[in-house]
Design a protein around this ligand. Structure first.
Ligand code: GLU
Length: 467
């Protein structure tokens, strides 16, 4: 039977989760989906001082918004403490781990000595049991740490799906502390127990963890497990080539949501941030899942490009269904206190504006024009913006609207043209004053479309105030 693919996203909820961080959720999700496997969400919250519920919320919300729902989890490491203790006990019993009573002071002295001798600081194996070695009596009342008995000699070798063959000599790795004096398990140990228990087949994560991998592989083997495939993703850099971080102005998924980005645009954008499928730039979630593979992950750092993200957002808004876009605009409409009962059907307004908008916020900004009520133009405003000579043409157009009752922008355009021909005018000479008469501004989308959306009655009403 072929192996069932199981991947995981294992964030530590210890702070700000920027857009780049969620790429480490997207790729394992896509890999699991593309192989008909399972995607597991594991919250690595053992650093209780730095972990927060708020950060967990942001992760869950961001993933849900992007459609990256897990098949299992969230599983919280803090709820697995009993399991970690059980494995520690088992390792002490089978000799793959041991108690170490070396105090902080002793460790510091050892380090100073090694540094003075220009050696790499490392634990010297003092409490490591070996055949034929007699260990001293443990000091009274000292609380020991538990160390992993790392193999001596040989090396750890793995074929990283992104970085290729990696070989690390065991001499580089000292005996890692896997439980603190108070008995709490440490990070690398918990990851291994979880990856084994959760039967993870592919670990796809940021390459800031590549140094942990040889240690994790050794512990995994000591536990009788088979290491998963590792794929270490290069970092995401920001526009200025720095590592993406909050300090450098990186934004969270929530920020993009608030600015009126669509989830499909963000997903498409993130997908390309370190992976490619030929020269495809725009693709649906289904296509992405179908195409995603580990072979086409990028080997060099990806660079965040906000303009590309905005361009993709524009693309998806332009292609988007007006009804759905209108719904997605609602939170912004409420926030800004726009009263949709004061104007035309909102969906038709969205339909008019979506071609040129980059974000939902831009749609909402543009829509305000239609919901701010009739303009109250002073005589001075009228005389400055609506030339006397054009007033008869405006009156003619108004009459044509009443007579023809146009519904579509094409029908409106026919009436506009008839007036232009009759008065020997060019379009701007008529359109600008009409815009001003309707909205007290000349900045509006195409006049025929605007009039069709507003409706004949309201337009006639507003034009009748002029001339
Ligand atoms: N918790 C780690 C982090 O947020 C990820 C660990 C892993 O993927 O193995 O960086």
């Amino acid at each position: 039977m072929p192996m069932r693919i199981r991947t995981r996203f294992a964030p530590s909820p210890t702070g700000f989760i920027h857009l780049g961080n969620l790429r480490s959720a997207l790729y394992p999700w896509a890999f699991a989906r593309s192989k008909g496997g399972d995607f597991i969400l594991r919250i690595e919250d053992t650093d209780q001082e730095r972990s927060s519920l708020e950060a967990v919320e942001v992760i869950l919300e961001g993933m849900h918004w992007l459609g990256l729902d897990p098949d299992e989890g969230p599983i919280y490491q803090m709820q697995r403490m009993d399991r970690y203790r059980e494995v520690l006990k088992q390792m002490l019993a089978d000799g793959s781990a041991y108690y170490c009573y070396m105090s902080e002071d002793e460790l510091n002295r050892l380090r100073d000595q090694q540094m003075a001798n220009k050696e790499k600081p490392r634990y010297n194996g003092f409490w490591r049991p070996e055949p034929g070695k007699t260990l001293p009596e443990p000091p009274k009342d000292a609380l020991p740490v538990i160390r992993f008995k790392n193999p001596i000699g040989g090396s750890v070798i793995w074929k990283d799906a992104v970085k290729g063959m990696i070989e690390i000599s065991n001499d580089e790795l000292d005996d890692l502390i896997i439980a603190r004096p108070d008995g709490t398990p440490t990070y690398n140990f918990c990851v291994v127990v979880d990856d084994l228990d959760m039967q993870i087949t592919h670990v796809i994560r940021g390459d800031d963890h590549v140094n942990n991998t040889p240690r994790q592989i050794n512990i995994m083997k000591a536990l009788g497990g088979t290491p998963p495939v590792y794929a270490h993703l290069p970092t995401v850099l920001d526009e200025s080539g720095e590592k993406m971080s909050k300090r450098n102005g990186a934004l969270s998924v929530r920020d993009y949501q608030k600015m009126g980005y669509l989830p499909e645009a963000v997903l498409n954008y993130l997908a390309r941030l370190g992976w490619s499928h030929g020269d495809a730039e725009v693709f649906t979630q289904e296509q992405f899942v179908k195409w995603f593979d580990l072979e086409h992950l990028g080997r060099s750092p990806a660079q965040h490009n906000p303009e590309k993200l905005l361009w993709l957002n524009h693309h998806y808004i332009q292609q988007g269904d007006a009804k759905r876009l209108a719904q997605l605009c609602m939170p912004f409409i409420h926030q800004q206190g726009i009263d949709l009962s004061q104007g035309p059907d909102f969906e038709s307004v969205v339909n008019l504006l979506k071609d040129r908008a980059n974000t939902l916020l831009e749609i909402v900004e543009g829509a305000k024009l239609f919901y701010q009520g009739r303009p109250n133009l002073s005589n001075e405003q009228i005389s400055q913006n609506i030339p006397n000579a054009v007033i008869p043409a405006i009156a003619d157009f108004r009459e044509r609207l009443i007579a023809s009752n146009p519904k579509t922008k094409e029908e409106v355009a026919t009436q506009l043209k008839a007036t232009l021909t009759q008065f020997q005018l060019k379009m701007p000479a008529l359109a600008m004053p009409i815009r001003y008469a309707l909205f007290a501004t000349t900045q509006t989308p195409a006049l025929d479309a605007v009039i069709a959306v507003m409706g004949k009655d309201e337009v006639v009403e507003r034009l009748s105030k002029i001339g």
